[in-house]
Design a protein around this ligand. Sequence first.
Ligand code: BGC
Length: 759
Amino acid sequence: MTKIQHYFLFFLIGFLVTGHTQGQIKSPIPEVETLLDKMTLEEKIGQLNLLTPGGGVATGAVVSKNVEAKIKAGQVGGLFGISGPDKVRMAQEMAVNHTRLKIPLLIGADVIHGYQTTYPIPLGLSCSWDMDLMEEAARMAAKEATADGIMWNFSPMVDIARDPRWGRIAEGAGEDPFLGSAIARAMVKGYQGLDLMAPNTMLACVKHLALYGASEAGRDYHSVDMSKIKMFNQYLPPYKAAVDAGVASVMSSFNDIDGIPASGNKWLLTELLRERWGFNGFAVSDYTSINEMVAHGLGDLQAVSSLAIKAGLDMDMVGEGFLTTLKKSVKEGKVTEAEITQACRRVLEAKYKAGLFDNPFRYLDPNRPKQDILTAENRTLARKLATRSFVLLKNHDQILPLNKKAKIALIGPLADSRNNMLGTWAPTGNPDLAITILEGFKDVAPGADIQYAKGANISNDEDFAKKVNVFGPRIQIDPKPANVLLAEAIETAKKADVVVVVVGEATEMSGEAASRTDISIPENQKKLIKALVDTGHPVAVVLMSGRPLTIPEEFELPIALLQVWHPGVEAGNAVADVVFGDYNPSGKLTATWPRNVGQIPVYHSVKNTGRPAPDEKFQKFTSNYLDAPNTPLFPFGYGLSYTTFKYSNLKLDKREIHQNESLKIQVEVKNTGNFDGEEVVQLYLRDVVRSITPPKRELKGFKKVFIKKGERKTVHLTLNHDDLKFYNGNLEFLSEPGAFEVFVGTDSNAALSRTFTLK
Ligand code: BGC
């Protein structure tokens, strides 16, 4: 083949591939335009209405009423909270057979961490730093959800969160925009694939635009007030990455931005999202977030609904503000029909991209649920994903891994607690199918002698338990008095060689509307850990939570500490795989763990300030605290392994680079311990001088590598020119000449460093 033929073939393949990428179908679409020409104003408004018929998880005060009648009257564009080919077919038939224009419904769902094969909460999964695995996870979720008739997913949630008091930190990828962007791309790719019309791919919805993770004081739904520089550099990149990856839809957030709630914010939904980023999909509100602008103080329902449509919001989730007020607003000249047509166009284009005009029943094969949902293969993947999400925080005296023949006391309120394994936001999962830690231990180590005792309640506070138990009895207060539970545990521990205690948060102690001001382990569980350590037997703490916790006292104890988040349907098996050493833990934290709540907000890419504390030590009139160091308990990127890795020979291929050049970096990593293992090699960058104050260091690259014990590997990383760029005071994305410092290592405190100059 000649060079020209080769290029032609390359071009042709590229054309064919992108030609089939439905995310790339550009507006206007002739079929949609023809349909729009036939539609009345009422029919167009109907398409902007998204309802939930109940049966799903309602996350607000309102549940839709008279859904069937509204569908038949052409007043519904989409539904969520229904599933299964039969039910979805019934709904779809109402739309297609009873309405004048036969427009099919979009069927949505919150498939946040797996459909029925629930895998770890997103914050946990992000700790794998494994983009291929995350894409595979999303692909599996899409395959299962579409098998159940759902073609639109309210995921990925990419809100940067630096405040672990905020319960929804569990749903995202942590604190970092670089990592968060990579994960956003992987998830969109996994859900949407290359062909949105394929029966096993679905429309993704990036949420919550924007800045929801910066809710003041970590209180859910609270206000946000942030400089544009911070927004553009730290909080917006993951949403933009999803848009660049072709995400089909966007969900607006509950919070305000510069005084205007996201759902009515024209700067956000039109100027930024569409004009600056070139987004060509549709925007949906969050659950009743249009109506909530009334409580925010922006006017009555008619006023806020017109604000929303004029801002560029296309679909109204549950609130029916569009349905009940837009016609009046058009009559009164407050909204134009053209604005409604535009929103309707975007909703119809999404239906077209999903192939619904071609065949409204394309996701409704009655054989698929059995074939595709909760298969052995999917459960195997969920188990693998869980093992990759665990982070070994401490391993005193190499307590872990355990011998499979050991005499083990398995203690703790989460050791045999099936309905706390899935974690928050798993409305499509079934907690009854989850493997408990006790079951997993028995399965993976049949030769071990395992004795179980509960030891403590998750919390003894009945009031607190009531608030947590909204979706089920997650905190069950035992009829036995606390001192009896504790005494039984101590007795069990005394008879064993080693103690494993499973403690932490119940599922709904994190997640939506689950903010906490005290993020320590509940007092009675702390007491249990302490009492078990006092027996003198080795203790491994398996910690479950949906957020970083404050555990300075536990950290001081001579224990092993394995953070497992909420691991999903294969929880027990995965925990056992790691505890017994079948898999060597490799997870790295994606959100910093503070020593106490007073350090919050807490994150690695802090700025130097004008008065940095020397060597992080206390000195009067420098930036620090009287009662705690500035450093967190565990930094971003931190995580141990059963083996150890040694870094050396950091090299850059150039000392100077010019604009638009990239830099090649290499480092040697040796596995110096006794186990094969994986390591996440991390690259941080400091822009030494620039026109706006730079962070001390920022993550700009990473690679996960497997290294056999005793082996040494050369790891190659690249800094692309865009990695040197930032948004300056005029919000231009650029790099500025000068010195840069590169750090490479095992976490965000990486010490090996080299410098280079950008000319
Ligand atoms: C949440 C969204 C979710 C929606 C629909 C809201 O309460 O904020 O993340 O997609 O409910 O269930």
